[in-house]
Each structure stands twice: as structure tokens, then as C-alpha cells.
Design a protein around this ligand. Sequence first.
Ligand code: TYD
Ligand code: MG
Length: 463
Amino acid sequence: MSRDTIHSCSRCGFRSGQWHGQCPACGEWNTLVEEARPRASGERARGRTGSTKHAGGRARPAPRPLREIGAAAAQRLSTGIGELDRVLGGGLVPGSLVLLGGSPGIGKSTLTNMALGHLARAGGRTLYVSGEESAEQVRLRAERLGPGALAVPILAETDLETVLEALAAEAPQACVIDSVQTLGAAELAGAPGSVGQVREVAAQIMELAKARAIAVILVGHVTKDGALAGPRVLEHLVDCVLQFEGERERPYRELRALKNRFGSTNEAGLFEMRQGGLVEVLDASARFVAEATRAPGSAVLAAMEGSRPLLVEVQALVAPSELEQPRRVVSGLDRNRLALVLAILHRHGRVATGGADVFVNVVGGVRVDEPGCDLAVALAVASASRAVPLSGTPRACFGELGLTGELRWVGHPERRLREAAKHGCREVIAPPGSGPGACEAQTLAQALALALPARAGRPHAVA
Ligand code: TYD
Ligand code: MG
């Protein structure tokens, strides 16, 4: 343990010179993390940013009314990747920190390398810091990404101090740190990637980035269960948190903003991993509708991806289970939502799946995180359970299910309907109030009657 470090509780903030398994202040276990000892005031500011103005006999700053604050519209840097710019809220903001999370192999290095490549090609100063791969490895990737990517200067380094010196000397407009878990401050004893290290690395880079107006993208790994393990502690510190998701075996990748100080967190961008890197998918609805199987268990959902409508196929499989607790497997949806929809289906739709394994998948590895998906899940499960395709296809649906079996209004019905019409879904089952063009159903039972007319003498089968 070095003299320059202290241990502080990540829960209550208690500080101690030595490590404790249990925090003496709040009693929580394993919350003490090693951090750099806070430096004397002014020391840090003088250190690298070169501003000595306030050191020593520092004048008390006077608060000013907001209207007197000059809000110079930040000149955003376009990354040349439309979907990335849109999710960022219009490009990178100088002096800001973006945390890009995603599981290994999803394409974080590819995306950031391409973004810097475009910037470099447009005459911007860039720097790619790789703590994970050697310069040769990064070059091999860049070769696949075209001439722009090869123009990006690289520094393969894991020592924080060296990286900060390079940043100060090069003064790039945009910089990528790949990844934040591989850099380490020598004065901290913890291994790179530990909570204390990750926090210190980000804090020091932020200080420099703000002073020099460098737009920084910190790449962070997430664990298998989706948590930004170390980097999660950075979420409050950075300006923007982007999550790159998708299944490694499938080509589609989705980029969403979980936090954004300079834009909306509703936006999502869709990419496809190809031989020459990531390609923006601009006609996603057309593809998903064309690929929809229309077999029993398939339903087309008119979803909203932020402010953009997207048609996706929801597939369900219902099969007799041999387990005492049947399986409920979802991909691209919230697991609890499925449990809720199954309960409503049972109670208000007379579709019982209690003794069956139920699998639900949003095709293409896309994630739909909105209440409007309920009806599509219910119809897909009912259709699978009865082994009958939904009638009247091409047809789409959307709507939230209430606990009493009613179909509830969801946002932007007109955009959903327009998108469905554009891609040949002439009939759209939707909640009341959705407007002209919708085939409105008041309840789940009505929606089921529309989509799966019961054959005479054959009630909704129970799996
Ligand atoms: P990478 O950007 O290295 O992922 P991350 O930094 O998130 O760990 O991308 C890894 C995968 O992408 C790898 O399996 C190879 C694939 N890939 C392509 O299919 N095409 C390409 O042009 C590139 C560069 C990578
Ligand atoms: Mg990588």
C-alpha cells in the first residue's frame, strides 16, 4: 500500500488509511476501495492544465445569474457515422467524456476506430490509446476498415501518466481510450480494472479533457450479465453512457444511450457487422418484415426505438415441459414482462402455458424495451400455443396490456401505423385511440379474436 492512497467506502464515503473488509462506519462488507489521496487544493489544477491563476491566494468565485453565462453552442464533432452521431445527440462534444460499454467482441474497438478514422480523414486531430491490443493488432483491424482508419495515430500504453502526457502533448480533438479497465495509475496499488483504478483513470482523463476541450470516448467492458462491472462506477462522472449490444453470433448490433447530458436517451442506432467493419442499417423495418416467417408463433411488432419506428418480428415457441418449473426464456425483451404477459394471457385470454416451456425471441438480436411490445408477445405466444399462424398477415400490432386484460394506449401510434403501412402491413391491431388506419381492440380478448379467430367448436387450446 502506498502512502499516497487511502481507502474509502463506496457506500457511505468513510475514509481510512487502511483497508477493512467491513466498513467501520456503515457496516457494509467489501465496499472499501483504494483511491488516490486527495491532493492539496490547487495542486491538481496546477499539475497538468497549467492554470495557476487560482492557486495560493485564490479569489472567491462569485455566482452569476444563468442568463449572463455565455452558452457558446458547442461545436460538435461529427464522427462520420450517422447512427453514432444521432445517438450522441448530434456528434461528439469537445471536452466531454463518453463511456462506451459492451461485451467483448461486440465491436467497440471497430466502432471507435472507424469514428476516429472519419475524423482523421476530415482533417481532425485524433489519438487512439490501446491498452488492450498491441499496435500491430489494431493495425490489422484498421486495414479492414479503410484508409481513414489507418490515418489514426495510435499509442499502445497502459500507464496512465504516460497517456496523460501524450494527450497533453498531442492535444487531439478526439481521443479513444480502449479500454478504461486496462489503464492504471502507478501510485495506486490496485490492479488495473479495479474500482479505485478505474475511477482514478477516468477522473484524471476528465480533468485534462475538460481543460483542453478533448472529446474522449472511454471504452469499457461489460460482464456476461450485462453490468458495466468496473465502469459502472463511472456512470455519474461521464457525460454520456452508450451501450453496444447484440449477439456475437448474429450480425446486428444496437447502440443505445443510457445517459446523455447533451441529448436524448431514447435514441438507438442499428448496425451490421460485415467484413469491412460496421455498416449502418437504415432499412431495418423492411428487412425484418421481409424475413418474418409468418409461421405459427410469429408476430410483427410496430415498435418505437426512441423517436424512430421499427418493425420487428417477435417469435414464440410453446412446448410441453418436463420440468417442475417450466422454462421461460426471453431474448430481446424483459423477462418480467413475459411473466406478466403470460399471466394476463392465462387469465384474460384463456391461453394457459403453465405446464409448458415458453421461449420468446425478438428476431435479429434487437432489444425492444417498451410497453408497446406486450400485445405482440401475447399474440405470438397464443399463436404458438395453438399452432395456428396469425390470420390476415401481413399484419402488425402494438399495445400495452393492463392487468385487467385491457389494451392500453402507447406513444406515437401514428408513427407506428405509418411505418407499418409503408412496409405493406395493411392491418394493424392497436389500442383504442390509436387513430385512423388502426384496427382497434379494447381488450386482449378482442385482439385475440381478431388475430386468431377460434374455429367452430375449438376453444383456445391449452398447451
Ligand atoms: P471488436 O471491435 O474487436 O470488438 P470489441 O472491441 O468490442 O471487443 O470486434 C470484434 C469482432 O468483430 C471480431 O469477432 C471480428 C469482427 N469483425 C468483423 O466481422 N468485421 C470487421 O471488419 C472487423 C474489424 C471485425
Ligand atoms: Mg476491443
